[in-house]
Design a protein around this ligand. Sequence first.
Ligand code: PLP
Ligand code: MN
Length: 369
Amino acid sequence: MLQQPPAQPGMREDAVDTPALIVDLDAFEANLDHMAGLVAAAGVRLRPHAKTHKSPVVAHLQAARGAVGQCVQKVGEAEVLAWGGVPDILVSNEVVDPAKLARLAALARIARIGLCADDPRGVDAAAAAAADAGVRLRVLVEIDAGGGRCGAAPGPDATALARRIAASPHLIFGGIQAYHGLAQHLRTPEERAAAVGAAVERAGSVVEDLRRHGLACEVVTGAGTGSFALEAASGVFTELQAGSYVFMDADYARNQAPPPFRQALFVLAGVMSAPRPGTAVVDAGHKAVAIDSGLPLVSGRQDVRYVAASDEHGQLALDPGAEPLALGQRLRLVPGHCDPTVDRHDWYVGVRRGRVERLWPVAARGAMA
Ligand code: PLP
Ligand code: MN
């Protein structure tokens, strides 16, 4: 059930109920603008990933700055965006279950819907669902860009898939996806460049194979926040799928030459206990802030560290001589990983210079099917 919002517009940030998901609107808008400028300068299209924000509102703000559509990972996310008026959605993922494909085909009546395939059985299942619904679905061949997750091998397998899609009257061949997930958090720019260089080569070889078979790749899509500048400059990729850039997180900040965006997402936590000198406990544990990519950082306080998370408690350690924390005091935590942190909250609390300005629901929260 959607919970009551933790704040009202006009309220001071330090009166917001905790834990709460805070968006620093100045930083967030700067990130949107900065990315829009970078992709325009590079001459590529931006199709940001909604797995990060799960919100038609954020999608519309990105579209207003030139984004051509949205990526989603899940059919449920596609539904929330399409019902929220987003006109062009790519499920950047394989969908093979007939029930899910029927939901996607139904959405194709109100939005332009694409999905990925890396197996002929997925292509046939998508064609069957599209035929049943009387629509055409756009299908992209996902190739393994080097990350070793989903994706057909470049070469005959990928070519055969593309030809199978193009031959179906119920499908439209939409191009290829070559997303390299592992490249995003490689720490040095050299490692990222090497990984994406290999992905570019693989994608380029598939584009060339398909051209020889008379199939044009209208779209070559991929890239995340850690690598997008490389794909943008490759001459092979036409669309970028970065998602985390809108909010950023502590793990992306650990990349050397980190992505050029500001930290815009915080979990506001309240101090609920300070039982021993040098320690305090906040009300944001790992049910409020994801810890899969490391513990959160305490924003603006070098002398306080978040050292352990349990379900509903965050243990803080204060350096010797640190200014003590008062009960009820608010602290902004920088999440280790933005996407799953967002998914733990019902509301975004948009704050500008210390005041709550607006509230948005995390509309696709929990959409995991
Ligand atoms: N594209 C795909 C297929 C993804 O799986 C992801 C994230 O995992 C992204 C794009 C966006 O990556 P990021 O949020 O790191 O920018
Ligand atoms: Mn992520």
